[in-house]
Write a new protein. Structure first.
Length: 123
């Protein structure tokens, strides 16, 4: 389900894998993925340990979006397996520090800046 603005989300949420996106113009960039059991906390996302990382990529909270994949009959190991597959494939920037055993961030990013235009040749 989603993506929806993170600010529009409201509890409850039960047994899901969720993805946080930053939106830049019309492009959604995956920046974080995790799983959750049941929560009733309205500040669930704002209190996440990686919220500052999300904000550093989104710039402001209105650029943060949420997508939820319900897994109502799942166990936590099943949800974690899906999270690991997503991290391996897409390398969300705010998961990289958590997933690296040496706690060293990598430089992989989801968006690529355009190359600068070459200087015109002068005769």
């Amino acid at each position: 389900m989603g993506p929806i603005k993170l600010s529009e989300w409201g509890p409850p949420m039960d047994r899901v894998v969720y993805i946080i996106f930053s939106k830049n113009k019309d492009v959604f960039n995956m920046i974080y993925v995790a799983e959750s059991d049941k929560t009733e906390a309205g500040d669930f996302f704002i209190k996440n340990d990686q919220f500052k990382c999300w904000m550093s990529y989104a710039g402001k909270e209105e650029n943060l979006y949420l997508s939820i994949y319900p897994m109502w009959e799942s166990s936590q190991p099943e949800r974690n397996q899906l999270v690991k597959k997503i991290i391996t494939r897409y390398k969300p920037v705010c998961n990289e520090v958590n997933e690296d055993s040496q706690n060293t961030p990598t430089t992989t990013a989801q968006t690529i800046e355009p190359e600068p235009e070459p200087e015109p040749e002068q005769d």
